[in-house]
Write a protein that binds this ligand. Structure first.
Ligand code: MRU
Length: 314
C-alpha cells in the first residue's frame, strides 16, 4: 500500500486522494496554509489522517517561525466534523508547552496512529467469523489514517487471520470514497471485494447477503456517531435485518464533551452533487443539499471497536 502521508526534508507529502485509484501522485505542502488547503479540498481525508496532517501543519508553522496559536486557530477551521483535527492540534500545542517540538509531536502521532489501528484490528477480528461478508461505507482504511485503517483495519486483521472474508463496499456518493478508495485498498491486499451503489445496501441485507457492517467514525459523542453521509441508512437497514453494526474508531475520535446532535455537520460544495466527471448530470441551477455526514444513533450500534477493546456507544 502506498503511504497516505510522509514527512521529508521539512515538507509534508500527501497521497493525492482526489486522483485515486488511477493516478498515484503526492501533493507537497511546504507551509501550513498549503496543508490547510489540502485538508479542505480533500487531497487528504478521513478523521485520523486529517488529525495527523493537522499535526504536521503545526510542524510546518513551527519551522517557518509562525505564531503557533494563530496557526492552530486557522488549522482548526479546515473541516468541522472530525474531532481528530481539533484533538491533534491541541495535542501538538500541549507537546510544545512540554518542551517538545511540533515536528517531534507530529512524527510520534503518525507512528502511534498505525499502532492504534493494529490494536483496533485485533479487537475487531474477534467479532468476525469465518466466511463473513462484511459491508463497509466510505473509506475508513489506510488512506483515512496514517496507515492500516480502522474499519478496513478490522477487515485486514480478519483477512490476515485467514477468515476467508468477503467485502462489500458502498460506492459512497458524492465523493465516491467507497468506489475509489476502499475498493482500491481491498484489491491491493487481494481481499475479495464487490462494489454496490449506496441504494443497494438495504437490498443486500434483506436478502441475507451481509453478515456484519463495519464502518469508521468522524466523531463519537453522547447519543451516537457522526460518519459519512449514508451511514444512517445503512444502520437502519442493519437494525431491521438483525445485521450486527460495528463502528471502528480510535479513542481520539471520542468527544466526551458534546452531544452528537450539537456537532456541526459539514455542508460541502453543490458541484459535488451536480456533476460527475466534471459534467452536469442535471440542470446547473438545480437546488442542492450536500451534507457530508450524518448521525447514527447509539441504539443502532452493536459496539465501538477501539484500541482499548469493544465499547458501548455513548
Ligand atoms: O469526508 P471524508 O472522506 O473525510 O469522510 C471520511 C469518513 O466519513 C470516514 O468514515 C471517517 O473519517 C473514519 S476514517 C477512519
Amino acid at each position: 500500500m502506498e503511504r497516505t502521508l510522509y514527512w521529508q526534508d521539512d515538507c509534508l507529502y500527501l497521497l493525492d486522494q482526489r486522483k485515486l485509484p488511477h493516478t498515484i501522485e503526492y501533493f507537497k505542502c511546504t507551509d501550513y496554509n498549503e496543508a490547510i488547503d489540502a485538508i479542505k479540498t480533500m487531497v487528504v481525508r478521513g478523521a485520523p489522517a486529517i488529525g495527523v496532517s493537522a499535526a504536521y501543519a503545526m510542524a510546518l508553522a513551527e519551522i517557518h517561525g509562525e505564531d503557533l496559536n494563530v496557526a492552530a486557530d486557522e488549522i482548526k477551521q479546515a473541516r468541522p466534523t472530525a474531532v481528530n483535527l481539533f484533538w491533534a492540534v491541541d495535542k501538538v500545542l500541549d507537546a510544545v508547552k512540554n518542551q517538545k517540538t511540533a515536528v517531534q509531536a507530529a512524527i510520534e502521532m503518525e507512528k502511534e496512529d498505525i499502532e492504534i489501528n493494529k490494536k483496533i484490528g485485533q479487537y475487531g477480528n474477534e467479532v468476525i467469523s469465518q466466511n463473513d461478508t462484511i459491508l463497509t461505507h466510505c473509506n475508513a482504511g489506510a488512506l483515512a489514517c496514517a496507515g492500516y485503517g480502522t474499519a478496513l483495519g478490522v477487515i485486514r486483521a480478519a483477512h490476515e487471520a485467514n477468515k476467508n472474508i468477503n467485502v462489500i463496499c458502498d460506492e459512497t456518493r458524492p465523493v465516491l470514497q467507497g468506489a475509489r478508495l476502499s475498493v482500491f485498498e481491498m484489491q491491493q491486499e487481494n481481499i475479495p471485494v464487490r462494489l454496490i451503489v449506496d441504494g443497494a445496501a438495504g437490498h443486500m441485507m434483506q436478502k441475507g447477503l451481509v453478515d456484519k457492517v463495519v464502518i469508521g467514525a468522524d466523531r463519537v459523542a453522547k447519543g451516537g456517531v457522526a460518519n459519512k453521509i449514508g451511514s444512517l441508512m445503512v444502520a437502519l437497514a442493519a437494525k431491521r435485518y438483525d445485521v450486527p453494526f460495528y463502528v471502528a474508531a480510535p479513542i481520539s475520535t471520542f468527544d466526551y464533551e458534546s452531544n452528537i446532535f450539537d456537532v456541526t455537520i459539514e455542508q460541502r460544495n453543490r458541484d459535488e452533487v451536480l456533476k460527475i466527471n466534471d459534467k452536469y448530470i442535471t440542470k446547473e441551477e438545480t437546488e442542492v443539499e450536500n451534507p457530508a455526514f450524518d448521525i447514527v444513533e447509539s441504539d443502532l450500534i452493536t459496539g465501538i471497536i477501539t484500541e482499548e477493546g469493544i465499547k458501548k456507544a455513548l
